[in-house]
Each structure stands twice: as C-alpha cells, then as structure tokens.
Design a protein around this ligand. Sequence first.
Ligand code: UDX
Length: 454
Amino acid sequence: MKVCVVGTGYVGLTTGVSLAFLGHDVTCVEIDQNKVEMLRAGRCPIYEPGMEDLLSEASANLRFTTSFAEGVPGADVVFVAVQTPSSADGSPDLRYLRSAAETVAQHLDHPFTVVVNKSTVPIGSGNWVDAILRDSFAQREDRPEGCEFAVASNPEFLREGNAIHDTLYPDRIVIGSDNPRSLEVLNQLYRPIINQTFTAPGFLPRPDDIGAVPLVSTDLASAELIKYAANAFLALKISYVNEIGQLAGKVGADITEVARGIGLDQRIGSRFLQPGIGWGGSCFGKDTKALIATAGEYNYEMPIVRAARDVNSRQRQIAVERLQDELRILKGRRIGLLGIAFKPNTDDLRDSPAIDIAKLLVARGARVKLHDPIAGERFKREQPELAPHLSETIDGLFDDCDAVVLVTEWAQYLEMDWSKFVGLMRTPILLDGRHALDADRMTRLGYRYLAISG
Ligand code: UDX
C-alpha cells in the first residue's frame, strides 16, 4: 500500500520505517530539512537501538522529504504523527496537528485515503481533525472529483528503546474509526504484523511465544481512550508499587520481594512493578495530565490518576530526603547522579527524574555532578543551566563525592566494577534509585547501600 507519514519523531519514524520494512511504499514528510538530510543519509536523529539497521533494510521502500506534495497524493493511508506538547494547563497543544491536517487536505487526491491520528491526542480529536480536513479540502479550488477520506485513530504503544520490537511484535493493534472502510484499509495495512507473516529482521528475531496479534477494531472515541487508559494504568501500577515500597521501608519489608510476590498473581502480572524513583519520559506524565484535563471538561474528577501523579513526584523528593537524612546537611555536599536519560537505552530527557533531582539538590545548596553513557550531548544542548555539572567519565563522577545516586539503570552501570570507585568517594553513600544493584555485594565492597523504597 502507499503510505505517507507526517512527522519523524519517535512515533512517526518508527511507523514509517517499520511499514516500509514490511513492504509498503512509504514517504515520510518532515518539515525539518536537517532531519531529512540525516535520514536520507541513513542516520537516525534519535538514539533508538536497531533503527539505523531497519532504515537500511527498508531503504528501497522509503523516502524522506519536506514536501507534502511528494507524500500525500495517491496515499492509501496518511499517518499524522506530529508532536503534541503539553500546554500550561495540561492539555496537549494541538497547533502542529491542526497545521498538518490543513496541509494534508490541500494535497489529498486519491479515491479513498485514511488519515490516521497517530499523535497522542485528547479524546474527541478525531472529530476535530475530520472537521479541519473537510474545511481545508472545501477551500481548494483544485479540489479533485471523486476524492474521499476518513479519519481513524491508531494509537501506538511503543516503548522508547524497544520501539521496533514493540511495533513489529506488539501485544495488540488498536484501530478506531466511525467509517468501516477505514477500518478495512488499516486491517489490510497491518496484515503482515497481525499474521506475523513477514521475515523477521536479522537483528531482531521473532519471539518464540508470539502468535497472531489481536486486533481491536473499534470506534474513534474508544480507540482514543484506550491509549490514555493504558498509559495511565501502567503509570499507576508503578506508583502503586512505589507507594507500597515506602510502607515496606517503614515496616521493615523488602519491596523487591513484595513486588515479586504480588506480581506472580497472574491477575496482577509482574511487569511495571519495578519499584524506584518512578516514571519519567514523554508519555506517562503528559498522558495522565491530559486525561485529568479531559475529565475536567466533563466536570469529572479522576482521583486515582491524580494520586498516581502525586506519588510519582513524591518519589523524586524522597530521593533528596534520603540523602538529607543520611548526610544531615546537603549544603556544600557533592552528590553524583548516575544516569540522566529517563530510562536506559534512550537519550530522551523529557521529564527525566535525574534533572528534577539535580535541581532539587542544587536548590538545597548541594554541588551536583551528572553522568550518562549516551545522553550527555543532548543534556548539554537541552539543559544549558545544568550543563557545567556534566561529568564526562564515571571516575570523575565518583571523585570526592559525599553520595552517589543510581538514577537510570543503564546496563553499563549495573555491569561495571564497582570496587574501583568506592575509594574515590569522600563518604561511600550509594542510593540505589532503581533497586537494581545487589545490596549485599555493594555493602561488602564498602558502600553504605541505601534503597529508595524499603
Ligand atoms: C511508555 C509506554 O510503555 C508506551 O506503551 C507508551 O506508548 C509510551 O509510554 P516509554 O515512556 O518509552 O513508554 O517507557 P516505559 O518503558 O514504559 O517506561 C516509562 C517510565 O516508567 C520509565 O521512566 C521507567 O523507568 C519507569 N518504570 C517502568 C518504572 O519505574 N517501573 C517499572 O516497573 C516500569
């Protein structure tokens, strides 16, 4: 099928490259000329494992351009995957989506095109995009005869760092539209994934346990709500284990054991029960905020989602308080933060706990150093105020520190020889913000090991 993807952020790029890999004919439209040049040269503007390999495997079916006129005409499906950042009141800023929809409508010419909202948008945005498309299309003097289109929602559930895996081997595919023909087109587009008939890429073999991928084919509003409800549920699962973790600390229980014990109940499930500093990233914070904002438009309170957010921001405060309890005085102390990216295998710094914790520590007079195996350059660009605190080496981070906090559980940190660093510290306090290190081993090596939860 002929596919156009508007926007080459995480979602757009992964969608475009994966569909091209599956054999569809894909054009990605991106307004940033630099990004287009990079992608044409086979380089990926974001850090995402496997993306450059897939780009190269899919290159015969894949084009990048700044021109809508090269992508939209003739397309069976146009994915709109532009950014929808949070505005001050928590609702997503839809100006890029509006502009993309208006421009798409100026170039539609096919007998039937499905315009898919791939960006995470508030419930009801499908109708809104439909209205924009129709208005913009109606204004065209060169309006082609016999050109029809309909809007669909196809939320993504990919995790950064696992984007290609989650796209090719998803738990489910959700499509929503009030137009049955669009559902049929999307069903056909995703056939190779639903039936798992494609040849797996060499670097990412098909998991043994994957069967046919369930397809949830529903109405527009339900698909839009599924996306928010899923992310909010995962977010509250994490906050739940973190809330129990604080109680575990008080009663002398081990939260890792508790999480294992509850996760083995198949009704609960063990995933997203890893206790620690809490979630960050582009989705959970933004989506929970947007869900509350949408509910507010209907005068409806969402106390569970609100509590999940509160618990999550409290975890960051608790990290600072743990250090204060231990060091008594934070002023003038040197604190090293291991990891800046919001989670391993990405250089994404959006809503990164490390940045928040660094700011809280600086506000209390501490001297902070930060290290990350991958995100250092992005950190310097995006956080110029904190940039002087970047430590280029792990030795440099530990050197003369009063305490070190493991904020992001990069494999490199988990696997390094911790015995080399303890002697560099002024006081060997180690706060494991992710419950990722072996407490007994760290204690044997001479660290004063502290966990974020009990
Ligand atoms: C998430 C969703 O998983 C994905 O389905 C959605 O489309 C986008 O948002 P992502 O933000 O890339 O993906 O990361 P994810 O792996 O879900 O982790 C989110 C955050 O939760 C990270 O900060 C991670 O460290 C934290 N986390 C995750 C925990 O603290 N504990 C856990 O058990 C799992």
